[in-house]
Write a protein that binds this ligand. Structure first.
Ligand code: NDP
Length: 449
């Protein structure tokens, strides 16, 4: 068999996160590849790791002091064999081509798992919205769209939000797209409910991650009620993960941002969470301020170069990493295991390093990998596209019902595939195999293109 990892590393030696994502998927699907020698002849693996198209562009804009700033914009259109490219935009200083290729690659298989007709893509910029005024963010988004518009469309490529891209940014991006194209179509998802968005879309990734956890717990006759939960991040995914957990009777004791984490032993309740939403979404403050408001909680700074993250060393039953990639390393994973955490549901994309994942699997942790556990966001984006096409608005209950059903189906699909390939309950293997088979079969049907 082709050593695909060596092939990818030789081609693009600096794309560390992309190598990690490729290695994880192809290791899981090795039995499928071994059973299907025609994949080699058709160069399926080589085609899967090469984006169909990469767009890289200059994004010039003027800051509040009148100075010209220049950022770099990207869109990675990875694979469209199941539907239009679909995947978020990330605005964060760490963004580079390797990170976006990893996210786009993951997205291809995740979208396949949802059963909705969506290909995979991802994009963004090294622009940092933190500390910028609304006017600066708007001017940046407008300049970004002035180039991106020619590459996207409701039947071609439909971006959404991700880190640093929430309702505010989607609004500015959509406004510019509509003006240039002179058309009102569902070219972006995550739109505001007043102008084409779907109810439950902001909640969907976090709620979906909890629904996936509930399904995993059912396999051991357990419920989420009364479980102590460690949640990382305090952005979109973290907020709605916490919200659903609280609603289902669990106790959420932590939240974080890139500077530090808070631990609230009594639990973050609805009222405290409302404070966090205002703090993060409106005042755009730091999670440290939580302890000014609730002095019974403890704040601990996170040192990005330390060999472990204090957040993952709190006592709990279930962990919901909901911030960013590689936020749980082997030491963190071991700390979670030592503290008797028995479930990990990944709201973030690839938040656990490969050696961390091995520790979870070796210790029989209920481990929901991101491409399954966080697929609720893109699923409701798919539902938003359907509503836009048919010019209908479904009720909150209807969208939530469909989201829950999709998460239950994804869980079953992963479980069935893991069982068929001799590793029952290994959701990582199950998710990778099921997503891979769907994509590869479609590629084969469509010929060498
Ligand atoms: P947000 O921008 O809303 O929130 C991100 C949170 O993670 C913030 O609290 C942020 O802290 C923290 N964070 C970001 N980068 C780092 C870092 N390098 N180290 C530590 N903390 C960090 O993003 P989302 O909530 O939308 O996304 C979170 C994760 O979920 C990402 O992995 C994303 O790809 C994934 N995801 C999101 C989906 C969605 O629908 N939004 C769908 C599927 C997956 P700070 O403010 O300090 O930067």
């Amino acid at each position: 068999m082709l050593d695909i990892l060596t092939y990818v590393k030789e081609k693009d030696p600096n794309e560390r996160e992309f190598h990690q994502a490729v290695s994880e998927v192809f290791e899981s699907v090795k039995p499928v590849i071994d059973q299907n020698p025609e994949y080699a002849q058709l160069k399926i693996l080589e085609r899967l790791v090469e984006p169909e198209r990469v767009i890289l562009f200059r994004v010039p804009w003027v800051d509040d002091r009148g100075e010209v700033q220049v950022n770099r914009g990207y869109r990675v259109e990875m694979n469209s064999c199941i539907g239009p490219y679909k995947g978020g935009l990330r605005f964060h200083p760490s963004v580079n081509l390797g990170i976006l290729k990893f996210l786009a690659f993951e997205q291809v298989f995740k979208n396949a798992l949802t059963t909705l007709p969506m290909g995979g893509g991802k994009g963004g910029s090294d622009f940092d919205p933190k500390g910028k005024s609304d006017g600066e963010v708007m001017r940046f988004c407008q300049s970004f769209m002035l180039e991106l518009f020619r590459h996207i469309g409701h039947n071609t490529d439909v971006p959404a939000g991700d880190i640093g891209v929430g309702a505010r940014e989607i609004g500015f991006l959509f406004g510019m797209y509509k003006k240039i194209r002179n058309e009102f179509t569902g070219v972006l998802t995550g739109k505001s409910i007043n102008w084409g968005g779907s109810l439950i879309r902001p909640e969907a990734t976090g709620y979906g991650s909890v629904y996936f956890a509930v399904e995993m717990l059912k396999t051991r006759n357990l419920s989420i009620k009364d479980k102590t939960c460690i949640v990382s991040g305090s952005g979109n995914v973290a907020q709605f993960t916490a919200e659903k957990l609280i609603e289902l009777g669990a106790k959420v004791v932590t939240l974080s941002d890139s500077s530090g984490c808070i631990y609230d032993e009594k639990g973050i309740d609805v009222q405290k969470l409302a404070y966090v939403k205002t703090l993060k979404n409106i005042r755009r403050g730091r999670i440290k301020e939580y302890v000014d408001k609730y002095p019974e909680a403890v704040y601990t700074p996170i040192d990005p170069i330390a060999d472990f993250n204090p957040l993952w060393n709190y006592q709990g039953d279930c962990a919901f990493p909901s911030a960013t990639q590689n936020e749980i390393n082997a030491k963190d994973a071991q700390n979670l295991v030592n503290n008797k955490v028995f479930l990990v549901s990944e709201g973030a994309n690839m938040p656990t390093t490969p050696d961390g994942v091995d520790i979870f699997l070796d210790n029989d942790i209920l481990y929901g990998p991101g491409k399954a556990a966080n697929a609720g966001g893109v699923s409701v984006s798919g539902l938003e596209m359907s509503q836009n096409s048919s010019r209908l608005n479904w009720t909150r209950e209807e969208v939530d019902r469909r989201l829950k059903l999709i998460m239950e189906n994804i869980h079953k699909t992963c479980m069935d595939a893991s069982t068929e390939y001799g590793a029952p309950g290994n959701y990582l293997k199950g998710a990778n195999i099921a997503g891979f088979l769907k994509v590869v079969n479609a590629m084969i049907d469509q010929g060498v293109v």
